[in-house]
Write a protein that binds this ligand. Structure first.
Ligand SMILES: Cc1ncc(COP(=O)(O)O)c(C=O)c1O
Length: 406
């Protein structure tokens, strides 16, 4: 949780600015706010860092995905290709939009593969909701090629990037979230930057930005300075961020360059050390230098070894994430989705899903995730803390490998 490692005077100062004026609302109240516009400043900071023309702060990474889908016109019955390995929010947003999730396989990039996407295309496919999982890029060249030329499917397919986990990551020098129509980040408590709860949508498209901005505030057009008299061109909802959350996000976003440099430095040390272990491999990187280095990922030769390593690491006090069994991140455990258990009926209930999620198999994704264990990279590790940590990880990995005769 890198962001939370660095809470300090900077966050306190930004929050106090807001509390001193009492203007917790992001719009209007110009006279009372004494020049403090934290949501706007937060947006400007994210736009500057990522190089996006527009950034829109909203209430969460989940509402950021919903805002993107709405702005891109994804709705009733549209098929949206999604990964089976993501946080469930990605899928929920598709269902909430009245669209239909269609699952495709991932590969050792931990993201949707171009081949997986191609196989999942239907005549109704409108978009690919690409998740750059665990802080690094998917195979964007391959995926963009499929979206542009889907073969036997419909005309070109929209790429929308759920970049919730990959703030700061780049592909060929360009920030993730700028390859598709829109990209979204989460600033929840577990991310590289956190503001408690918050999200940001980025785009270079003026029209999509305007629609997203209006949609996230009940259709308010924000024209003039009299909220009650603003024209409303569309309906929307309240996905606004509050000024307190934005204030924290602003302070955190300013720390991003430092966080990234520390994480990347630590990742290099980790990789150098663990690459000496025979049989162990790392995540396939499409652009290693652009990895935000929030995690390091170890691939074991088989599920049996991975399970043995997971056990040994927990015993050594350095347990990581064995996603294959994780309730939140892999479709294998998402029984609530397989039964479409929601408190209300959606378009998906009416039209049905094109895939039978109870019987659908993901042999490629299973082969990836059953062998994978991931670990958080800390920003604040000292060299000796990192070395002590690595001693334990290495010991556990070697014990597991030897135990099963690798
Ligand atoms: C890929 C992905 N999408 C969306 C979200 C939702 O973000 P939030 O928790 O800010 O709503 C998350 C959160 O973990 C995520 O990992």
């Amino acid at each position: 949780m890198p962001g939370t490692e660095l809470f300090g005077d900077e966050e306190r100062k930004e929050v106090m600015d807001v509390l001193e004026t009492g203007v917790l609302f992001r719009y209007n109240h110009d006279a009372q706010r004494k020049g403090h516009w934290k949501a706007k400043d937060f947006e400007a900071e994210v736009a500057k860092f990522t190089g996006a023309k527009h950034a829109l702060a909203v209430s969460s990474g989940s509402t950021a995905v919903s805002t993107m889908l709405a702005a891109c016109g994804v709705g009733y019955g549209d098929h949206v290709i999604v990964p089976p390995f993501t946080f469930i929010a990605t899928i929920e947003s598709v269902l909430m939009a009245g669209a239909i999730p269609v699952f495709a396989e991932i590969d050792e990039t931990l993201c949707l593969s171009a081949e997986g996407i191609r196989k999942a295309i239907t005549p109704q496919t409108k978009a690919v909701l690409l998740v750059h999982m665990c802080g690094a890029a998917a195979d964007l060249d391959g995926i963009l090629a499929v979206c542009k030329d889907p073969g036997s499917g419909p005309g070109s397919i929209m790429l929308i990037e759920d970049t919730a986990q990959a703030l700061g990551a780049t592909y060929k020098g360009k920030h993730l979230g700028l390859y598709g129509k829109m990209g979204s980040f989460s600033f929840d408590f577990f991310k590289i930057n956190t503001c408690g709860e918050g999200g940001v949508v980025i785009t270079n498209d003026d029209q999509l930005y305007t629609t997203a901005e209006h949609f996230s505030d009940h259709g308010h057009s924000h024209e003039g300075d009299n909220r009650g008299m603003e024209p409303h061109y569309i309906l929307g909802t309240n996905y606004r961020i509050g000024e307190i959350n934005a204030a924290i996000g602003l302070a955190q976003a300013r720390k991003l360059p430092y966080i990234l440099s520390q994480q990347r430095k630590h990742k290099a040390i980790i990789q150098q050390r663990l690459s000496k272990i025979p049989g162990l491999t790392f995540r396939k990187q499409c652009d290693d230098a652009g990895d935000s280095a929030t995690f390091f990922h170890l691939f074991f030769p088989s599920e049996t070894v991975a399970r043995a390593a997971n056990k040994a690491m927990i015993e050594a006090g350095v347990g990581g994430a064995y996603w294959y069994d994780n309730m939140y991140h892999y479709i294998k455990q998402w029984n609530q989705l397989k039964d479409l258990k929601m408190p209300f009926r959606t378009v998906a209930h009416e039209l049905g899903l094109p895939q039978d999620l109870k019987t659908l198999k993901f042999p490629k994704s299973d082969a990836v995730l059953s062998r994978l264990i991931s670990f958080n990279i800390r920003v604040t590790w000292t060299e000796s803390e990192l070395n002590a940590y690595l001693d334990k990880v290495e010991g556990a990995v070697r014990k597991a490998m030897e135990g099963v005769g690798v």
